[in-house]
Design a binder for this molecule. Structure first.
Ligand code: UDP
Length: 370
């Protein structure tokens, strides 16, 4: 019999969730983590007594009561509601695209008037079957909104022309003909009051974890330690990049401590200017309503991905997806007891709640014979 039932590779949200479920099911679990801390992209730490989301703003939102009940076991959640603003040409606009935005852009007060303006713009575009992100946006919101809010921001963020991105990305952008600046349509929303890192720490309480331990440095050794491996890293590494490097979108964050108690008056401002290199400025104290004398503001810069960079988002390009599938097919036969989980390993643009749902699903599959 092997030493562990499950080896979980990576202590981010995916790894911590599955480890928790398996442990509760009396499985013998070991987590290995190549960094010296848990959290993955959710990692947060206190600076100036403010919980800072080191890898970008993480706002928890879901429609699933099961998911929200699950996370609330590990931290109380506050009632933060994401109401980001967008900056363009010296003006600050409301997001997502709703009656407040239409008033700011078109001066329309009534939904029927805003709808009329946008419908006319959509008609003018005459796009029947949107083939890419740009066409999809134009067919949903018309040219004015697209050009103020989406075109330059997206080009900057994804480092490509929006025409090269899939239409499906547009499903992340809500459009509303009522006055409501809540960015998400989901029923449950908030930020863990104790911070993401401590929340995840509670999730894996009592589970053995080894830090500074890289699975890919000695795959054979680690595979032999457990009956099953749950892998949350990038799968090209498992086959030593034999078909080439899988592409991701990466970011660089500049975290600044400012000697003022309130710098931008809100948690997130998107910067839609083409020539400003960052996409968002994030003032962390607003996530947790922290009363502090100083503030911490982070600027988010999209960067060209190279091997060794932090992987934030899977690429949305068809050719990269094909490469992923090629790796996945081979991994299934080379490592039959290895299961992939999470945004990086599954190569899907999953929000936090979806990562947890994927972990629930995998757990059900793994334990159905017991
Ligand atoms: N987007 C945009 N303008 C905005 C916000 C979003 O064009 O002000 C586009 C952009 O292409 C982005 C996508 O919509 O990648 C999804 O945005 P979301 O806010 O969901 O991105 P995330 O928070 O996951 O980075």
């Amino acid at each position: 019999m092997k030493k562990y039932d499950y080896l979980v590779v990576g202590a981010g949200l995916a790894g911590c969730t599955i480890a928790n479920l398996l442990k509760k099911n009396n499985k013998r679990v070991l987590i290995i983590e190549k960094e010296d801390h848990i959290g993955g992209m959710c990692y947060s730490e206190k600076r100036e007594n403010i919980e800072v989301h080191i890898f970008g703003p993480h706002i928890f939102h879901t429609d699933s009561k099961e998911v929200f009940d699950f996370v609330q076991q590990f931290s109380p959640f506050n009632n933060f509601v994401n109401q980001p603003k967008a900056y363009k040409n010296g003006k600050l606009y409301s997001l997502p695209y709703n009656m407040n935005t239409f008033y700011e852009v078109f001066n329309t007060i009534k939904p029927c008037d805003a709808k009329k303006v946008i419908d006319e713009e959509i008609k003018k575009e005459n796009i029947k079957n949107p083939a890419n992100f740009e066409e999809k946006c134009l067919s949903l919101v018309g040219r004015t909104i697209y050009e103020i809010f989406i075109k330059d921001y997206t080009a900057k963020q994804w480092k490509t022309d929006p025409k090269n991105l899939p239409a499906s990305l547009a499903s992340r952008l809500p459009l509303r003909f009522y006055y409501d600046n809540n960015y998400f349509n989901h029923r449950y929303q908030g930020i863990p009051e104790i911070g993401y890192t401590k929340m995840l720490q509670n999730m894996i309480d009592g589970i053995k974890i080894e830090f500074n331990t890289d699975f890919n440095k000695d795959i054979k050794k680690y595979i032999d330690m457990a009956e099953h491996v749950i892998y949350t890293g990038s799968i090209d590494e498992l086959l030593d990049f034999k078909y080439g490097i899988l592409n991701y979108r990466t970011l660089r964050f500049e975290h600044k401590v400012l000697d003022v108690d309130n710098y931008q008056g809100t948690a997130v401002i998107n910067n839609n200017e083409k020539d400003v290199p960052y996409t968002r400025s994030i003032e962390h104290k607003f996530f947790n309503y922290s009363q502090t004398e100083k503030t911490v503001v982070s600027y988010e810069y999209p960067e060209e991905y190279k091997l060794g960079c932090v992987k934030y988002y899977p690429s949305l390009q068809q050719k990269d997806n094909e490469l992923y599938m090629k790796y996945l097919d081979e991994i299934k036969t080379t490592f039959p007891n290895l299961h992939v989980l999470g945004r990086i390993a599954q190569y899907k643009y999953l929000d936090m709640d979806k990562v947890i749902i994927e972990a629930f699903e995998l757990f059900k599959q793994l334990t159905k014979n017991f």
